[in-house]
Design a protein around this ligand. Structure first.
Ligand code: PLP
Length: 364
């Protein structure tokens, strides 16, 4: 049995607190996945996703029935064939996950790395592009709080003729994302991040160029569940492919509408403003930004270097006893940093006031 806590301050880098409209949408009675009302709702989701991704009005968008990692896997499964050269920007755990997936689908992977806490250098990407069929990059690297320079990497990919896959898991819906202007061919996120919907659906965007590559495959994709044509069967031709999680569509639709009603630039400003205030408040306690270059700091996941001597696990345990969840480092940053989630409904002053009061009490 889960304990009954009406209030929990969830400030992790995902999942984020549900938007109230998403929470309410979960109570709607079930409808069939082939119901005309669900198809109408799906069309609205597709239109709103085009806006969120900054895509053209005829770009294909959809929800995959899984989390952000399924979005990642579907891109490689459909767009990579054995023997293809794929350049993967891997300056953190999620870039490394991309490299592993691309390899599992038979790619020759060339990784471009950067020192811990630093962004990818586009010149390094340029040096690896010869013969590459795809470039893959994580926009906001959650494990280190780094914002990678996607527009510059996109320009290089476009010039070389390679497709560009972008992991927009910590950015789309909160940070500027301009798929059309940048030339992004495949992008994905997870519902539970910047949109504050429940985990379980992955909003994706697939360009015409990506579809052309997909249709020119020598062999069909080994991943039947997310075959791009299978997705089109359901989302455009309204024919059965698999049973979509209808309730999660209800909730995602509500959360996405709320995000667009608020406005993407308002959301961007909201997170930046709050991130600055948190940094200023925590500086006297000895916390400093982990990412040195301010332009490379991911606003939606604030990575803070811990003060010397701080009992990382002990303090986080004491916070958890007060029903406040934050996250430590991941992999090589474990014990070195905290990662504060500023996506969607987490980026609100009230829950951060709760955290600051608790920290001043525990550390002050
Ligand atoms: N990519 C990034 C940048 C992420 O932060 C995450 C999860 O935190 C993922 C991919 C994987 O998403 P999920 O855990 O929803 O499968």
């Amino acid at each position: 049995m889960l304990p009954e806590h009406s209030e929990h301050t969830l400030l992790t880098p995902g999942p984020t607190p549900l938007h109230p409209h998403a929470q309410h949408a979960l109570t709607r009675p079930m409808l069939g996945h082939m119901d005309p009302d669900v198809f109408a709702l799906n069309r609205e989701i597709q239109a709103d996703l085009r806006t969120m991704y900054g895509a053209t009005p005829d770009t294909f968008t959809a929800l995959l029935a899984g989390t952000g990692s399924l979005g990642m896997e579907a891109g490689f499964a459909n767009l990579v064939e054995p023997g293809d050269t794929v350049v993967v920007c891997a300056n953190g755990s999620f870039g490394a996950r991309m490299a592993e997936m691309a390899e599992r689908y038979g790619a020759h992977v060339r990784t471009v790395t950067a020192p811990l806490g630093e962004p990818i250098d586009p010149e390094q990407v340029a040096a690896h592009l010869d013969g590459a069929r795809m470039v893959a990059v994580v926009h906001g690297e959650t494990s280190t709080g780094v914002l990678n320079p996607v527009p510059a990497i996109a320009r290089l990919a476009r010039e070389s003729g390679a497709l560009l896959t972008v992991d927009a898991v910590t950015t789309a819906g909160m940070e500027p994302f301009h798929a059309e202007a940048w030339g992004v061919d495949y992008a994905y996120t997870g519902a539970q991040k910047c949109l504050s919907a429940p985990p379980g659906v992955a909003p994706v965007m697939i360009s015409d160029r990506a579809f052309d590559r997909f249709h020119a495959r020598r062999e069909r994709t080994p991943l039947w569940y997310c075959d791009f044509d299978g997705l089109r069967d359901y989302w455009e031709r309204q024919s059965y492919h698999h049973t979509v999680p209808v309730n999660l569509h209800f909730a995602l639709h509500a959360a996405l509408r709320a995000a667009l009603d608020e406005g993407l630039t308002t959301r961007r400003d909201r997170v930046r403003h709050l991130s600055g205030a948190i940094q200023a408040t925590l500086a006297p306690l000895g916390f400093t930004p982990f990412v040195r270059d301010p332009a490379a700091r991911l606003p939606t996941v604030l990575a803070l270097r811990l003060p010397d001597g701080l009992d990382d696990a002990g303090v986080r345990r004491a916070l958890r006893e007060r029903h406040i969840s934050i996250t430590g480092g991941l992999g090589p940053t474990a014990g070195l940093i905290w990662r504060l989630g500023l996506m969607g409904e987490a980026a609100r002053p009230a829950p951060y006031r709760t955290l600051m009061t608790a920290l001043e009490d525990l550390l002050g």
